[in-house]
Design a protein around this ligand. Structure first.
Ligand code: SAM
Length: 303
């Protein structure tokens, strides 16, 4: 990460990491499925690196969903959330959801899955928060002000202050509904893509134009695409050269010139980088050749 980002501070880090041992991703890559019992320890350096490069008011979003084994949900996702807070000292700001169609199926003791969790961590609860970027026009909008606070009392629902529904701007909830079909923006080239609407919402709601977005498990580059579409600089890391090539092609399709050291002077392009993890220089040379052979503008990092 230090080689990719230097002293650049991340405003929004958002990812969908490997789902432990549930998926194999690109079998030609060096990915080794992670046993659920080892997941938290495996994840520790990822969280630490993100923390090192995150802005003081930045947010770190982890989209993950535990599988079920023997009729019970695995617990490693909850362990991961608790480790962020209790072991690694993050503030646990929020848990959001995104809705997904869910694969049909009949299980003996549960329904098909219709959602995924997104856990939000930050160095402190004083985060950059931009609800106005994701708010929408509504005839039932409420008036928000410090004096008008709505909340629950011990006896049930209580509204303090005068209730007001007006024609105006409403805030969304913490459930991100994603469009199905072509609107989801999926390439179909990666086995675990999330819809562009997921990172787009997180980027808009927690950063400003010109800010920096990072995805350590970039996959097909959905987060980087959303960063570009919303006017943020995107940086990502991906283990598989095949998926890295998909990212570069997607970004090239948006008119970006892939560069690892920032945009060329006066080009009007925002900087972005995609780093492919390589175990050795020989491996790096091989990956580089593969990407160049696909006609992509990329080069190995020096040093
Ligand atoms: C759940 S997928 C991410 C999918 C992504 N959100 C998208 O929309 O395409 C996880 C990705 O992490 C990658 N990966 C696994 N281990 C990695 C590592 N150590 N460093 C970087 N990427 C890794 C896998 O190759 C896979 O593409």
């Amino acid at each position: 990460m230090a080689r990719l980002l230097g002293s650049t501070r991340i405003n929004v880090a958002a990812t969908s990491p490997p789902y432990a041992d549930r998926r194999r991703y690109d079998q030609a890559s060096d990915f080794k499925p992670i046993a659920p019992a080892e997941y938290v320890d495996w994840f520790a350096p990822v969280a630490a690196n993100v923390r090192r490069h995150l802005a003081a008011d930045g947010s770190w979003f982890v989209n993950i969903r535990a599988g079920a084994e023997g009729g019970e949900r695995e617990l490693y996702v909850y362990d991961l959330v608790i480790a962020h807070k209790r072991r690694w000292g993050w503030a646990f700001v929020e848990d959001l959801l995104w809705t997904r169609p869910g694969l049909p199926g009949t299980w003996p003791n549960r329904f098909k899955n219709g959602h995924e969790g997104i856990y939000q961590f930050a160095p402190s609860p004083q985060i950059k928060f931009r609800p106005e970027h994701v708010s929408y026009e509504s005839s039932g909008a409420r008036v928000y002000s410090p004096e008008r606070h709505f909340g629950f009392s011990k006896d049930g629902y209580e509204e303090r202050g005068e209730k007001q529904h007006v024609e105006g701007i409403a805030r969304p909830s913490n459930v991100i509904t994603t469009p199905a079909g072509a609107g989801a923006g999926l390439t179909g080239l990666h086995p675990a893509e999330f819809p562009t609407a997921v990172p787009r919402f997180l980027i808009l709601a927690y950063s400003d134009e010109g800010d920096v977005v990072f995805d350590p498990f970039a996959g097909s580059g959905t987060t980087l695409v959303a960063a570009e579409q919303t006017g943020r600089a995107g940086y990502g890391m991906e283990l598989s050269p095949r998926y890295a090539a998909i990212i570069l092609e997607r970004l090239a399709g948006l008119g970006l010139v892939p560069r690892l050291d920032g945009a060329p002077e006066g080009s009007g392009h925002r900087p972005y980088g995609v780093l492919v993890a390589c175990a050795s220089e020989a491996e790096q040379a091989r990956v580089h050749q593969q990407l160049v052979a696909r006609g992509l503008d990329c080069r190995p990092l020096e040093g």
